[in-house]
Design a binder for this molecule. Sequence first.
Ligand SMILES: Nc1ncnc2c1ncn2[C@@H]1O[C@H](COP(=O)(O)OP(=O)(O)OP(=O)(O)O)[C@@H](O)[C@H]1O
Ligand code: SF4
Ligand SMILES: [Mg+2]
Length: 338
Amino acid sequence: MAEPILEVCGLVKHYPLTRGVLFKKQVGSVKAVDGVDFTLAAGETLGIVGESGCGKSTVARLLCNLERPTAGEIRYRGEDITKLSGRALKAVRRNIQMVFQDPYTSLNPRMTVGDIIGEPYEIHPEAAPKGDRRRRVQELLDVVGLNPEYVNRYPHQFSGGQRQRIGIARGLALRPEIIVADEPVSALDVSVQAQVINLMERLQREFELSYVFIAHDLSIVRHISDRVGVMYLGRIVETGTDEQIYEYATHPYTQALLSAVPVPDPEAREHRRRIILTGDVPSPTNIPSGCRFRTRCFKARERCALEVPALEVPPVFRCTPGPAAHDSACLFASTEPV
Ligand SMILES: Nc1ncnc2c1ncn2[C@@H]1O[C@H](COP(=O)(O)OP(=O)(O)OP(=O)(O)O)[C@@H](O)[C@H]1O
Ligand code: SF4
Ligand SMILES: [Mg+2]
């Protein structure tokens, strides 16, 4: 594998939970991100998948340095960026850009498309000389498949898919190395999702980008990801290549998510087992002891309440190299779900 461009170690973000108006008292904390580890190789796409509220957007904001973590490191090309400030931080920020989920609310309705895409140049004027910016913005519109003459139009004059193209053009303006895309197609029609994903794949090759691609559904990240990390309640519980996750999942949570993915072939659909997860996701203020998935796990046993499973290759697969031998935080990991 290529050398990692990004290494995330023990990343934690806890938000204080306070009570009282005048005399604020901390009564707990929201453990939005609670010990996340992963690496991203240059030119690679890492998909991060998990249900609503599991901490995906918080991870995205931490990676782009929009927030400081409570603990842990984010190493970009070997340097921990969580401790940087001033000019050094600004330089790193240029290289890690974000594309947001909702193209309807993430674009300022009062700004023209040209101003939106060119906005990063106001913050990083060294990236493009003033006289050259309009030409660059038009070039970016062309790159994302929009007419360069639309530069003076406003966001409401575009469809959802076109707006997300504008969001992507803005993300590309500073020629970053990494793009963190937080559910970039979730708000779009299914027919438009594929177009935007194809565009992102083309741009990745053209601009040698590395992607962290966040989604709540395993089927969306399947085609674009080289590797996938499955997140549950602030942690990654299973990670592996496409094949390892989609064909040889060993964590019960991943298996449950996969069983919910729509299958187009009617015969295959008839023969597969659906795993229905019972109960709600526990609150991130009160994470279960031992394995955090145990309150909803169909395989949970007594040991699961006492031991925290580490994200590593489970002992049963260590001596038998093959696709099942990948990191999975389960004490009873098995490719057989039930
Ligand atoms: N600024 C904040 N203050 C307090 N709690 C927060 C804050 N930001 C996020 N949270 C909480 O942290 C948890 C994780 O939120 P996050 O937005 O990262 O989840 P998500 O996986 O992106 O969810 P979704 O799929 O709905 O976008 C949630 O319980 C959320 O309420
Ligand atoms: S450790 Fe136990 S509760 Fe957790 S996923 Fe594995 S079987 Fe389920
Ligand atoms: Mg989110």
